[in-house]
Design a protein around this ligand. Structure first.
Ligand SMILES: *[C@@H]1O[C@H](CO)[C@@H](O)[C@H](O)[C@H]1NC(C)=O
Ligand SMILES: *[C@@H]1O[C@H](CO)[C@@H](O)[C@H](O)[C@H]1NC(C)=O
Ligand SMILES: *[C@@H]1O[C@H](CO)[C@@H](O)[C@H](O)[C@H]1NC(C)=O
Ligand SMILES: *[C@@H]1O[C@H](CO)[C@@H](O)[C@H](O)[C@H]1NC(C)=O
Ligand SMILES: *[C@@H]1O[C@H](CO)[C@@H](O)[C@H](O)[C@H]1NC(C)=O
Length: 489
């Protein structure tokens, strides 16, 4: 009898180990994600790094080189692109020594044995957006040249490449045909110098491509053309046909580079993704449709008509960021494939096989107490609250209330409660942040409704630092935090 059990055990063990192998090795090779940190309550960097590892993600792109974040990636085996923000371009451009200092403090320091696997430095982020009115056109190329020179002088030129992530608006096609593509007129000469410099240094062209924005900006845009499931009749370009805007956009760049004499230049897609809220076309269902198609395409190594084969892609983004500017649109705070707290939003299979499974959530996240701030149950004068709502929303995040968003169907009291709660959570559940002239109250039952989440904030990394040094007012939260830590041990 014992003999009969043994094979079962072996089978069980094989099942368990093959499951583990599946998680670690099945992810599309080279798939990366953008890890932005413009959140009021960012997750602890080590929690995020463990979440990346749990999901088998091996490449990450950052927007700065914050030492806490970069240090957390040490020994993880994850390839890293660090960033230099646009507001530092002037400094980098003005003096090679500034670039050398930056490199020493923000890159070289991390390159010890078992340190951080830094592969790229992103010099600026989309510096030639038309909305910047040319603010960075004079400094970007000299900054790139200085940073690459600093890298070369440090003997790292073969391992680390400097590049400039650019929005796809640096090129355009006069028609809908990729073969008419060329650099945007106002920056054409600059772009040609820039790509030639990148090419000489064997650095890639990094481009951000957003089918969602094409749809958002143009009411006549054919919806199916934004996705990859072939619902749209194809666009014909001589003998090549395009069934999705991603391929058409990418090949417009291929044509543009070809016209600059660089038909074999390496291209990385620095950002591509779909938001889940803040717009009528942004919800978990459409995001799932987009990523399903994108990941299957990447897994098949289909490439685009002009560049068949493997595509290098960084998804945008990892987590929702409630401090991003909403000037481009309310969707800006909802690009995460994970919520603000590291919970996955919709089924997503990073192997590209289209399995119906969820990503692995962040582990060890400490939440604040299970309490919400709402409009008082016996409120009489709702009209008198309008100014308070504007105030609460201006200092928190009410993008989920807007037209087409997840909480747009609430009644008026629901709307007001949502705004109160967002302000209360933003202020770390401070009782004074749930007053509103006596019109608000704290409740301990979950007031979320259907797909409209009334969030409970997490204990942010910034606050945890405060805990270490002891801040009296937050003692009760600290008690909860200690309890959670014990639970996870
Ligand atoms: C290193 O990077 C950080 C974060 O991006 C920045 O604040 C700092 O000024 C950089 N150090 C130098 C010497 O440039
Ligand atoms: C660009 O110009 C517009 C209009 O003159 C102005 O509203 C905007 O603030 C400017 N943006 C920047 C980044 O300078
Ligand atoms: C399209 O035609 C060109 C020559 O005009 C040829 O080189 C290319 O292979 C053709 N592409 C496809 C997809 O048939
Ligand atoms: C709730 O707020 C949103 C955003 O301000 C608004 O569009 C909607 O009409 C409001 N609903 C009610 C019932 O007041
Ligand atoms: C409240 O309920 C929603 C679903 O309606 C759920 O997603 C959320 O996690 C709940 N919050 C808490 C703190 O239990």
């Amino acid at each position: 009898m014992a003999g009969a059990k043994l094979p079962e055990l072996v089978i069980l063990m094989i099942l368990i180990s093959s499951n583990v192998v599946q998680v670690i090795s099945d992810v599309i090779p080279g798939l990366g994600v953008n890890w932005g940190t413009m959140a009021s309550h960012p997750l602890m960097p080590d929690i995020v790094v463990n979440m990346l590892k749990d999901n088998g993600i091996k490449r990450v792109k950052l927007f700065d080189s914050d030492a806490w974040t970069v240090n957390a990636l040490a020994g993880s085996g994850i390839e890293v692109m660090v960033g230099i923000p646009n507001n530092m371009l002037g400094r980098m451009a003005s003096d090679l020594d500034h670039a050398k200092d930056w490199l020493k403090e923000n890159v070289t320091k991390h390159l010890y044995d078992g340190g951080v696997d830094i592969r790229y430095v992103a010099v600026g982020n989309e510096p030639f957006l038309t909305s910047y009115n040319g603010s960075f056109t004079k400094t970007t190329l000299p900054a790139l040249q200085n940073v690459q020179k600093a890298i070369n002088d440090a003997g790292l030129g073969n391992k680390i490449k400097a590049t400039v992530p650019l929005n796809a608006d640096v090129y355009a096609s006069g028609s809908d045909k990729p073969s008419d593509g060329d650099f945007r007129g106002d920056i054409k000469d600059l772009m040609i110098q820039l790509v030639k410099f990148l090419y000489q240094n064997k650095s890639p062209f990094v481009v951000n491509i957003y089918p969602f924005i094409s749809l958002y900006q143009n009411p006549d845009f054919p919806v199916d053309f934004a996705f990859f499931d072939g619902g749209h009749k194809s666009v014909q370009d001589n003998n090549v046909s395009y069934s999705n805007v991603f391929d058409a956009n990418y090949d417009t760049l291929v044509w543009t580079l070809k016209k600059a004499g660089l038909s074999d230049m390496k291209i990385l897609v620095g950002e591509v993704g779909w938001p889940t809220d803040g717009n009528i076309n942004g919800n978990p269902k459409t995001a799932q449709r987009f990523y399903d198609g994108l990941l299957k395409k990447l897994a098949n190594n289909k490439g685009t008509p002009l560049r068949p084969g493997k595509l290098d892609v960084y998804l945008f983004g990892l987590l929702d960021e409630d401090q991003k500017s909403i000037a481009p649109g309310d969707f800006e705070r909802h690009w995460g494939i994970f919520r603000y707290d590291g919970q996955p939003k919709f089924p997503m299979d990073l192997s590209g096989k289209g399995n119906d499974k969820m990503l692995i959530a962040a582990k060890g996240v400490a939440y604040m107490g299970k309490q919400w701030c709402v409009v008082k149950h016996d409120i009489k004068d709702l009209d008198g609250l309008a100014a308070d709502i504007d105030y609460a929303c201006s200092l928190s995040d009410c993008t989920s209330l807007q037209y087409g968003s997840s909480c747009n169907k609430l009644d008026r009291i629901g709307n007001y409660s949502y705004a109160f709660n967002m302000y209360f959570q933003m202020n770390d559940q401070d009782v004074e942040a749930c007053d509103f002239k006596g019109n608000a109250e704290i409740v301990t039952y979950n007031v979320s409704r259907g797909s409209c989440l009334f969030p409970v904030q997490i204990v942010s990394s910034a606050q945890r630092v405060e805990f270490v040094y002891g801040v009296g007012r937050r003692r009760s939260i600290l008690a909860g935090f200690v309890l959670l830590v014990i639970m996870f041990m």
